[in-house]
Design a protein around this ligand. Structure first.
Ligand code: NAD
Length: 350
């Protein structure tokens, strides 16, 4: 099997590439290498015969046409995106460009390629559009996001992802492109860029820096270990029903403040200091449009396709902290970049 992965140098995309190559799937990773793309995350597979890399922008139609023509994929996993909510608030243009225009360009290139496939290959082709639960907006204290939950995005990021989900659905209904969509909850794990909540807190706590927490810290996210997401995506691409959506999540709801405290406790145990790291917690003005709660109902994926999250949050967060303690070579150069402008006030929520 041959899969064209977009955004494979990012956090989730690199986990997907590592997983697919381990499953002996041939991968072409198409990535523009923005600030969030990092080839170091692919070091363990970069020389593998099943892996190839193309530096290209998904907004570049000619480059996408050439990628399809040269690689001849059996399927696409589209992950390339601008993904950081805080950056979308201060600079929405890149989000509209990559997430909407880029997704449109990729759909058009995929459609042209797929339309010209010979019978046999054509029916088996799949286009997996990878999205987020943030398109559903915010939940109250009760309830879970279903696949049928109406879209109600709050941030420029989630609005741009919602727009791209609608484009993908329309390309399926209008042109017959065999599209499947996944909407996943917040991911965490190794190789997560140090501006996102969990790696930011781990590394700030290690360095004795303030631990910025938005508002009162009571916003709830539903956390999934990134390797569980990678497995879910291959399951959905190969066995999901065309035209369907699948929610992906591991039933691990946590308040932001509880995550920060947990990380502090793990680090106090693993790398003791004179003062408890919780003292570094600094509440900062809330993010505008900050959704209160996300929580995924993944029953459809679990019952129809037999996928289940393998990692629960308590073990996953231990593994994640241990990974950051062991892999300074990976995060040190990125952290120096992130802190070039001391962007502390801007970060702190997933
Ligand atoms: P990321 O920011 O870590 O990685 C994005 C990757 O896309 C980077 O390698 C970047 O270089 C690449 N990219 C950006 N613009 C591009 C362009 N124009 N052309 C080609 N490549 C480009 O993001 P992530 O957290 O790994 O998320 C991946 C996907 O999963 C996104 O579509 C995101 O919306 C979705 N998602 C993320 C989460 C999460 O918790 N991180 C949860 C659910 C869904």
């Amino acid at each position: 099997m041959r899969i064209l992965v977009t955004g494979g140098a990012g956090f989730i995309g690199s986990a997907v590439c590592r997983y697919l190559v381990g499953e002996r799937v041939s991968v072409l990773n198409v990535d523009k290498l923005t600030y969030a793309g990092n080839q170091d995350s692919l070091r363990e597979i970069e020389k593998n015969a099943h892996y190839d890399f193309l530096k290209a922008d998904i907004c570049d139609r000619a480059a996408m046409d050439a990628a399809f023509a040269n690689f001849q994929p059996d399927g696409v996993m589209h992950l390339a995106a601008e993904s950081h909510v805080d950056r979308s608030i201060t600079g929405a243009g890149d989000f509209v460009n990559t997430n909407v225009v880029g997704s449109f360009t990729l759909l058009e290139a995929a459609r042209a390629y797929w339309s010209a496939l010979p019978p046999g290959k054509r029916e088996n082709f799949r286009y997996l559009h990878v999205s987020t639960d943030e398109v559903y907006g915010s939940l109250g204290a009760d309830g879970l996001f279903q696949e049928t939950t109406p879209y109600d995005p709050s941030s420029p990021y989630s609005a741009s992802k919602a727009a791209s989900d609608h484009l993908a659905t329309a390309w399926g209904r209008t042109y017959g492109l065999p599209v499947v969509i996944s909407n996943c909850s917040n991911n965490y794990g190794p190789y997560h860029f140090p501006e996102k909540l969990i790696p930011l807190i781990i590394l700030n706590a290690l360095h004795g820096k303030p631990l910025p927490v938005y508002g009162d810290g009571c916003n709830i996210r539903d956390w999934l270990y990134v390797e569980d997401h990678a497995r879910a995506l291959l399951t959905i691409l190969t066995r999901g029903r065309v035209g369907e959506k699948y929610n992906v999540g591991g039933r691990n709801e946590r308040r932001n403040i509880d995550i920060v405290r947990r990380i502090c406790a793990i680090l106090d145990r693993e790398a003791p200091t004179a003062n408890k790291r919780e003292k570094l917690i600094t509440f900062v003005a809330d993010r505008p449009g900050h959704d209160a709660r996300y929580a995924i109902d993944a029953t459809k994926l679990e019952t129809e396709l037999g996928w289940r999250a393998q990692e629960n949050f308590d073990t996953g967060i231990e593994k994640t902290v241990a990974w950051y303690l062991d892999n300074e070579w990976w995060w040190r150069p990125l952290r120096e970049k992130v802190y070039a402008g001391e962007r502390l006030g801007l970060v702190g929520a997933a």
